[in-house]
Design a protein around this ligand. Sequence first.
Ligand SMILES: [Zn+2]
Length: 315
Amino acid sequence: MNILEYQNDVLTILNNSFAKNHLSHAYIFEGEKGSGLKEVAIFLAQKLLCLDNHSACGVCENCKRVSNGTHTNVILIEPIQNNIRKDQINSLIKEGHMTSLTDKSRIFIINGAEKMNRAAANSLLKFLEEPTPNNYLILLTENSNMLLETITSRAQLIRFKPINKEQLANTLHDEGIEKDVSYILSELFGSYEAAKESLKEGTIINSYDMFKKIINAMISKKDIYIEYYLNKKLLNSLNAHVWFLEILTLFKREQIRYIEKRTCRHFKELLDNLEFDSTIVNQITEQIEKINHAIEEINLKINSDLIYAGLFQSL
Ligand SMILES: [Zn+2]
């Protein structure tokens, strides 16, 4: 399942507008993580610049340069430390006012547009108020309500179809990936491409191995901190830690379903073997909160041995 195929409705809107020469000068693409916002923005940039009759062929010189990020007519702004600052927007505006050497379109993409601070957003308004022909602005956001109303009123909003995680998990499982791993990938990465990419990179599997070691240690009533300590080389990056903790959260959520005798579809074998008191739903909810807190601490680069020493006591 290709994400562009999945968002076919959005592509149809853009293709029709292009064909009628009615493309808007500013778009807001709104959708959840992994729903293909950036992929569609790249598609639109390719379409505008493609040398093969604007087909977004993907193979011509321009299409290739757009997709590998080296086309000078496509400017992508990403948040820096979770923030888009005024100077980033100002450099975009400066670029926008420069006369293009050719009459080719220029595409400005702002990823995580809701992360613009107020000063940045106000600067962007100027850009929106004085549109230059052949300049296109695409704002990518998980939530357009977090953008200034003065911005949203000047751009066309396109909502992306949410990713159907169950469908994604099934697709991955059909390809021979273990059922629980398919589920984890669908929950953590949300898109087929991102899931496959993470498998190739490998860290997620180390996180999953650590998770299984911890639960199996619980099942055989071993000391889980020691189990962690002996295997801690599996968690050799920030992502590895965060994913390990996120898998643990998924497991805890499933444990609640298991206790409440709702359909339990994941981690069944582990849950069948784990002994626990079935009156502890509140306790598990607290554990999930503690795991979330541990994720925050990991992101703050607090010593991971310390974090786990505390967390494992409450599991
Ligand atoms: Zn092309």
